[in-house]
Design a protein around this ligand. Structure first.
Ligand code: NDP
Length: 247
């Protein structure tokens, strides 16, 4: 097993939380595939950061909502690498929100959020799972949300998508545990990234026992732990990273 080259694919590596996860996994010794959809510039910045620190990283591009595109890109990656290399860690992190009250929600708001956050889980994971099973070592880590546990008003689409991924996490964990593939989720609260740029931290922090928004690195640290050998006996779990915000 030690001669295998383990790659980690982080979807949405061009985003705030994804970028921090890429850097953490590179520090932990994985060869990192920094995924992006539209923001190649940010993905390249993450690659540069990792390579300058002595790690290995390269970009990979696909739209997580397009099944055929996902399959084509990942199959072509597989064909370009021999059997000593495989994607051993998958972090399903790419996501969007389109917040609006249910009475105003357009079909497009519903479908785009379900496609990007939930269907993408199936599209990407189903391609990479077989290799993890064959190699008898894998880590699947899904970035969900407080919203998928508690439900948040204005986010029926997003809460449904994230709750769906939590259900899938628990089910898949039971399917593949015997093959030394673990499947877990992390559920961030408010983390300072583009996604929450329109929220007022000075007001919302009063609801949070730690009294501030979280940093992407504070999500990445837990993802790094779940990807490690030390977390081999943790599967089907959802770990909250929310500064103590009651769920
Ligand atoms: P960002 O907006 O910073 O990043 C979102 C990432 O998702 C980008 O890399 C973007 O790629 C990618 N993405 C969006 N749509 C697609 C698509 N169709 N195909 C491929 N990639 C896509 O957000 P965060 O870093 O904050 O969010 C990361 C994850 O964390 C999400 O799943 C989010 O739901 C979750 N989360 C965030 C919280 C927060 O407070 N920030 C709280 C709880 C959960 P590109 O820009 O290249 O197009």
């Amino acid at each position: 097993m030690s001669e295998l080259m383990k790659y980690a694919l982080v979807t949405g590596g061009s985003g705030g939380i994804g970028g921090a996860i890429c850097k953490q996994l590179a520090t932990d010794g994985f060869r990192v595939l920094v995924h992006y959809n539209s923001n190649q510039e940010e993905a390249l910045k993450v690659v540069t950061h990792i390579t300058e620190a002595g790690g290995f990283a390269e970009t990979i591009q696909f739209d997580v909502t397009r099944l055929e595109e996902v399959q084509q890109v990942l199959k072509s990656w597989r064909e370009q690498h021999d059997e000593t290399s495989y994607i051993a860690v998958l972090v399903n992190n790419a996501g969007i929100s389109k917040d609006t009250l249910m009475v105003w929600m357009e079909p497009a708001d519903w479908h785009s959020v379900i496609n990007t956050n939930l269907n993408s889980f199936y599209y990407v994971t189903s391609v990479l799972l077989k290799d993890m099973i064959i190699k008898k070592w894998g880590r699947i880590i899904n970035v969900v949300s407080l919203s998928g546990i508690k439900g948040l008003p204005g986010q029926t689409n997003y809460s449904a998508a994230k709750a769906g991924v939590i259900g899938a996490t628990k089910a898949l964990a039971q399917e593949v545990g015997k093959k030394k593939v673990t499947v877990n989720a992390v559920a961030p609260g408010y983390i300072k990234t583009e996604m929450v740029k329109n929220l007022d931290e000075s007001q919302l922090k009063n609801l949070i026992p730690v009294n501030r928004f979280g940093k992407p690195e504070e999500v990445a640290a837990t993802v790094g732990f779940l990807a490690s050998e030390g977390a081999a006996y943790i599967t089907g779990e959802v770990i909250n990273i929310n500064g103590g915000l009651y769920t």
